[in-house]
Design a protein. Sequence first.
Lengths: 484, 491
Amino acid sequence: MDTTLPDAGPAQASSSAAQGVGIVPNEATNGTGVAAPRIKVDEPPKFEVESYIANYTGRTRFHRLYLIGTTSTLLSTDVLKAAVAEAKSGKNVELYEKAVRALSEVAPTEPEAFLDSSWVQEVQRSVRAQTDRLEQELRGYKNNLIKESIRMGNEDLGNHYYETGDLVAAAKAYSRMRDYCTTPNHIASMLFKLINVSVEREDWLNVQSNVHRLRNALSKPEDQARDQPKMMAAMGLSLMHARSYLDAANSFLSVEPTLADTFTEVITPNDIAVYGGLCALASMDRNELQRRVLENNSFRNFLELEPHIRRAIGFFCNSKFRPCLDILEAYRVDYLLDIHLQRHVAELYSLIRTKSIKQYLVPFSRVTLDSMATIFAPNVVGGEAQPTGFKSPFVQELIKLIKAGVLDARIDLEKGVLVSNQTDLREEVQNNTLESMMAFNEEAHIRLLHAAVLQAGLQVPAAPKEGRRPRMDHRDGKGDVGNF
Amino acid sequence: MAAIPALVTASTKLHNTTGLTDESHDCQIRDHVAYCRNLLSTKALSSISRDESVLDPHDRTLIQDGILSSISFFSVCKSKPSRKRPMEHCLGIYYPRGRLWSKAVRYLETFNPVQIRYAGQEFRQLIEYPLLATRPIREAILRLDPSCAVFTSTHLLFVQLCLRAKAYACALPVLDKHVCHFPAPSSRASSKSSLALCAKHESGLSFITDSSALSATLTYKDYLLYFLYGGMIYMALKEWRKAFHFLGVVISMPTVGSISMVMVEAYKKWVLVGLLANGKLSSPPNNTPSHLVKLYQSIAKPYVSLAQAFERGEMQTLVAEVDAARDIWIMDRNMGLVSQVVNTFSAHALVRLRKTFAALTVAEVLEQVPHLPADPIATESVIAPLIMSGAMNATLVHSPSHTSDTMLRLSGKPFFSQVSHESHMQVRFRKEGQLMTALMGSLEETNRAMALSDEFVDASSKGQAWTTASEVNQGVGDDFGLDMDEDIMGG
């Protein structure tokens, strides 16, 4: 199962290792080495799983169900049952086995928790037969040297591999179509298939390169208009996974609303709104947010699907940080159950929080720590005796931010205030000038001397027997000045 | 006795040169030098044997003249040690309280810097052989060549003396002027310079040549040692930045393959001074060849690992490194520097607190800087000297009731008043500006010496532009080819 998502893999491995139950050999090799802590969620999400999953098509349904099932303790049984059913409707035996195993860990007594071995054998047999048949056909087409047939043969084979879960072989089969594509449309559809496979393999670099190829291949404007939303969505996704959130936000923001339901095997318009909104919130400043997100007509269509994101951005732009953070906090569970967002939630949230703190400090020359704590650490204020003492987590967080150079301020623990640094511009310029003058003088001196030494032929000589002599001489020299 | 009046008249004649051209003045001086040398090497020796009678009238004449005739005096001085008197006595008169001491010192402070150019040999003998006092030598060096840009053996002698005499501050006027040249080979100088020796020269480079004998023959060791000793003088004065620069000069000098031990010594000190100056292991000057850096690092391994421990900010490792290689520090005579490095370590951490905090209690300081003594009172005693020395801009405030901790208040603004700060900055700017002007002058000299004219630079930069342009063309061609390829595939 080298094609499972890393999210699912380690979770699977760690839980089964904890229980000490048998592991399918090839899965054990996959799960080891990845030591990401397994994320567990106890609260219920705000969405209905059935209606949520109904938005998606294709394999991503299973992966999403599986992720929710293994992450949320509350929903695990029901959702994993759905995942088993989902897997059974397809032809991928490995996914089915994986789902059953996960289910048997949370609810061993359920009838679905037992492996339906007759179904497994049946499917495996038919898959093998079909693989043989398709390869046979393809060979026949190749003998006939008809381009279009070969292309379709490869496509069928690729589709078949994809359905059965052999993503590497699928990617290979799709790439072989390249030589037999005769129209730009063929190329586009092939590249989209490759993108889908890469997304499922989590090979984000590959997604990016395929998107670029696609962009180059599309020459007609109407083709571009048609495929642009999907391309930008895939691009944004891969950039988000590469942790370049600003670029990801830009990509998501440029997705046209014509995307609608055309890309549901990967992403829905709701996801675009959430991903784009969060990435923008984490990476853009207030003006940019206002101008490029809230006043962006095409992106507004997406934001209307997820009004809370719109509200959060609005609050941020109006410097109402507490409500903004509250909204995000309320939806944290939802995002932790999202297949793409799960591993970025913590980072995105901390980025947004840091930015809020920074933004909050802008108008002040000094701020009491208490007033900051009420906004950014309300729980601490309620719970601890000394909310703004040196040891409180909020102050420690501030110290960390200052040390990292994010905040340009200093903490006055005596008076309990945060003092923003006022740089004396004149002094700064003077210091910089002086520093650069000194650096220049030193550098120039060394270079001039270099030239002079070379010109006078006074380089340190190379002769190996000379190597001894300077040492001796120098010892003498040191003797003279040894008292230093 | 007849020789003395002859000398005096000759020298006074030399002074009435107003209105003479440089060339004729040149000839006159040359004649005079020859005459003096000749006079003193032969018959005069016996007649000058009575010191007092010789030098007193001589001296008086000089005072009356107000200007000194350099060559005559040096000729007299030169003759001294070669007499039949016992050697100790000869030298004795040049030492303080010796008869000639005061005269020699006064002379070195007032000699005529133009005429001395003709008598380099005698000048050097006076300085190098008997007279070993830092201040007169310094005055002599600066009088001879006020820009001080040409390296001579006297420079090395001088810093060595200063270091041995611990007269560190005395060396600064010379060290603060950057040495940029070496005496040019005589053949080139004579063929090129049409100016007479006594004419006005813009830089010392044109009259301090190999043939002038104002410097002994130089080797690579001389200038390496000069900069090493200079660096050590700055170190003693705790001028870390300048020391760092001087040592940087030593380690970046060009070599043919191997390196000198002087450079290795310099590298060791350079690492430590870098820690003291910048608080980190700095990268060597830009033009240090990379293979040299590797060589240094392998030879001076303990120093590098010490610096790395310092950079990581772990007191434990730092102390362990210091203890582990104690023998090496002592053998290299760097123990003093190493202990200063250890001392600055917590000071650096404390000074850095200013970036994060405006005020905090001493107990909280302990949490931020974990390797201070665990007791708040002991920590206070660590902080107090830092504040007193001005390294840390802060105040310690004891609370009136002894219930709570002492508060450390770190002020963001410098203490000293705005005006004095401004004037201080202005002085520094002026100094750096002067240095820069001097360097630009030296650069011009170097260009002239290497026959690098503006035209040459223009031509070579044009050549460079041409090559890059052709490269770009090449690149475009490649791209174009790729495009073609892509099209074929697309079609």
